[in-house]
Design a binder for this molecule. Structure first.
Ligand SMILES: Cc1ncc(COP(=O)(O)O)c(C=O)c1O
Length: 382
């Protein structure tokens, strides 16, 4: 039995075109981009091409407003944005705030600062899973140095009004560094880093069909950060370490595939239809289901469904045994027994199990129709 993979917010399959780029890069252009000879120059070209592609896709063609730092993925990009900025700006104040629905890569980076005497706070979100500007401004104090707010939430898919909040925060205190985790946004919604108003923006390759272990941090030109470690001084000394050239080339190709032409709009429409299909099939068959975060402003590839009175984990395992691979939430977050902070933040009932369905470029309508049948049967068996 081949599985129906609906866990693309966790990670995605590497696209064939991307794997081909990785192979070519590893076999033919394996030089170190820091080397002065032609093999180094060939490797450097891959990095330049990938940087150009990513910068164009995020609304900063040619890097007019900022530049990219290549990292090992979303977690490192978040750590570099949050910790790097906080440590650079500590003379301005030692207070950092973040939204209650941030990924642990941001949340735990902020808490790491507590050991160095920082005050750390979270601002709440509405029951629709959206941050409200007043709540952020209430959390901002005289000594706030960093504000972190994600663009798309990884559990419920809600889109945060980052541009509006960044504008309001900068009006209050222009020197605050705003970090934005856009890991779940790249290749899923339009991104314009210049309009976003953030000073650093984090991305990861493996959420859009590049391999795991590569990511990027876009840094506004005048933003200040300090490196997390030292070494050979690559990337202006801000991220030492030999470049992961095949990974970087892969991310460039994956971004091209995700964002070129009308591909994004076409996929977005398809994914919205898939979410709609799952929900309407459940409703039509009398299964009680609600969309976590409501039916509002959501990224198209994630739909998080709460099933009244059904425990998430057993449902997840039944779905898996019948060939549908998804993620669970509710009372416990995946593999840990702790409540999901995101579902807690939106006031989700602990009695209603949450299953997150997330789509990728390989997901087909037949997958969704079959998954809907399996889901309905599974829920009815409880
Ligand atoms: C919103 C968000 N931020 C950060 C990360 C971490 O990215 P990575 O797995 O590449 O370290 C993830 C991955 O799940 C994510 O969804």
């Amino acid at each position: 039995m081949t599985s129906i993979y609906l866990d693309n917010a966790a990670t995605t399959r590497v696209a064939i075109e991307v794997a081909a780029v990785v192979e070519e890069c590893m076999r033919a252009d394996y030089g170190n981009p820091s080397s002065a000879h032609h093999m180094g120059i060939a490797a450097e070209k891959w990095i330049k091409q990938a940087s150009d592609r990513v910068l164009a896709a995020i609304g900063d063609p040619g890097g007019q407003a900022g530049h990219l730092l290549w990292t090992s993925g979303g977690s490192e990009s978040d750590a570099l944005g949050v910790l790097g900025a906080a440590r650079a700006l500590k003379k301005r104040g030692k207070h950092i705030v973040y939204s209650a629905i941030e990924h642990p890569a941001v949340r735990e980076s902020a808490h790491l600062l507590e050991r160095d005497g920082w005050r750390v706070g979270a601002f709440s979100v509405s029951s629709a899973g959206v941050t409200e500007v007043e709540r952020v401004l209430d959390a901002v104090a005289e000594d706030t140095a960093v504000v972190a707010l994600m663009l798309v939430n990884n559990e419920i898919g809600t889109i945060q009004p980052v541009a509006e909040i960044a504008r309001a925060v900068k009006e209050r205190r222009p020197c605050i560094h705003i970090h934005c985790d856009a890991v779940q946004a790249l290749g899923k919604i339009d991104i314009d880093v210049r309009a976003l108003g953030a000073d650093s923006v984090a991305f990861a390759g493996h959420k859009l069909h590049a391999p795991k272990g590569v990511g990027a941090l876009w840094l506004r030109r005048d933003a200040r950060i300090v490196p997390l470690w030292t070494g050979g001084g690559q990337q202006d000394g801000l991220r030492s370490g030999t470049y992961n050239v095949p990974g970087i080339a892969a991310m460039g190709e994956a971004v091209r595939l995700a964002c070129e032409g009308d591909g994004l709009a076409e996929r977005r429409a398809r994914w919205m239809e898939f979410a709609e299909l799952l929900v309407s099939a459940a409703h039509q068959s009398g299964v009680s289901v609600a969309i976590n975060g409501g039916d509002g402003h959501r990224a198209p590839h994630i739909v998080s469904l709460a099933f009244a009175g059904i425990p998430a984990e057993p449902l997840l395992h039944v779905l898996e045994s019948r060939g549908v691979l998804v993620s669970a939430g509710s009372a416990c977050s995946e593999r840990s027994r702790k409540p999901s902070p995101v579902l807690t933040a939106i006031g989700a009932s602990r009695d209603d199990g949450t299953i997150r369905f997330s789509f990728g470029r390989d997901t087909t309508r037949q997958d969704i129709e079959r998954a809907a049948e399996i889901l309905i049967d599974a829920v009815k068996d409880f």
